[in-house]
Design a protein around this ligand. Structure first.
Ligand code: BDR
Ligand code: CA
Length: 315
């Protein structure tokens, strides 16, 4: 199985990504690091503990990380997801029972740095929240990139944005950290932007099918995805599906055919008056910039749905 560290700001789609990684037999989830993002650090950490305990994987350690962006006092502005209401604050606490487990005393940055220093085989990093923990770990030890076979980042948007007209939330919430992560020397950087996650929508029918599995994971996934679909429906009349961004990243780990990627040079705007947090993607065919990411331009909705069914029958 692939050794994986998941970095999350749990949130509803993070919860589905965590359950997928914790339950899939080809993934060895070494630990989950938490960061401030969708909600504050105390809640992203508590939600993460609830998810793991709910599927009886309270043995997977949870390491709290940064409570805010690395180079700013707070988020760059007010959150307003506009029509992408599926990413609106879905309430700070997930609809799951309180966890019987506690977070580790070790912090996220120490866990990341120490795991990557000591490992004897490659580890895959999967950040699906703001990149504050990843950037801080890189600043502590830039050589940690050598122990990482692939970093799979949920974030960015080219034609599709959410938190502002120009930016996607994870990149916007800590743009300096995002630039550090994209500029570090990871050998294989996979970027999963909104352009791809919005092409792999999960439907209400899938939620019904997942609930019918009668497993803790199937029921919890159905609950949080229906919450996202209801939020979408409130703004986009007739919509009966929603993107579940973060699980596209964990599904990619076990299904190389899920994503269609293109080599792209991607940079993050950190000083724009209206564009802070924007992933500036160089799509020019004659660009002289060396690509620094495999950027997903498509994701197969049927394949994702199939993977959810197969994985959530367990637990
Ligand atoms: C990203 O931001 C959060 O709303 C989701 O958890 C996802 O990681 C989408 O822009
Ligand atoms: Ca997230």
């Amino acid at each position: 199985p692939r050794k994986v560290i998941l970095d999350v700001d749990t949130g509803t789609d993070d919860a589905v990504a965590i359950m997928f990684a914790a339950l899939h037999p080809e993934i060895d989830l070494l630990g989950v690091t938490t960061v401030r993002g969708n909600v504050d650090l105390a809640h992203t950490t508590d939600n993460t503990l609830r998810v793991l305990d709910h599927i009886d994987r309270g043995d997977i350690p949870v390491f709290p990380g940064l409570a805010g962006p690395i180079a700013r006092d707070d988020l760059p502005g007010e959150r307003n997801f506009g029509t992408d209401t599926a990413d609106d604050p879905h309430g700070t606490t997930l609809p799951l029972p309180p966890a019987s487990t506690a977070p580790q005393d070790t912090g996220a940055v120490e866990f990341l740095v120490e795991s990557l220093r000591a490992t004897t085989e490659p580890i895959t990093l999967v950040p699906v929240g703001p990149l504050s923990n990843i950037a801080t770990a890189l600043n502590v030890n830039p050589a940690l990139v050598d122990a990482v076979d692939e970093i799979v980042i949920m974030g960015g948007g080219d034609a599709v944005c959410n938190v502002t007209a120009a930016a996607e939330f994870n990149m916007w919430a800590d743009p300096e950290a995002a630039q550090v992560a994209l500029g570090a020397g990871f050998a294989h950087r996979t970027l999963v932007p909104l352009d791809a996650t919005h092409r792999a929508l999960v439907t209400r029918q899938t939620c019904t099918d997942l609930r019918a599995l009668q497993t803790p994971a199937g029921t919890a996934a159905a609950d949080v995805v229906e919450r996202r679909i209801d939020a979408y429906r409130a703004v986009i009349t007739g919509s009966d599906a929603a993107p579940v961004h973060d699980v596209v990243c964990t599904a990619h780990l076990v299904a190389p055919d899920l994503l269609t990627t293109r080599p792209r040079y991607v940079a993050v705007e950190t000083t724009g008056t209206r564009t802070t947090g924007r992933t500036v993607v160089d799509n020019r065919p004659n660009s002289t910039r060396p690509a620094n990411a495999h950027m997903a331009v498509d994701a197969d909705a049927n394949r994702l749905t199939d993977l959810l069914h197969r994985t959530f029958t367990r637990s």
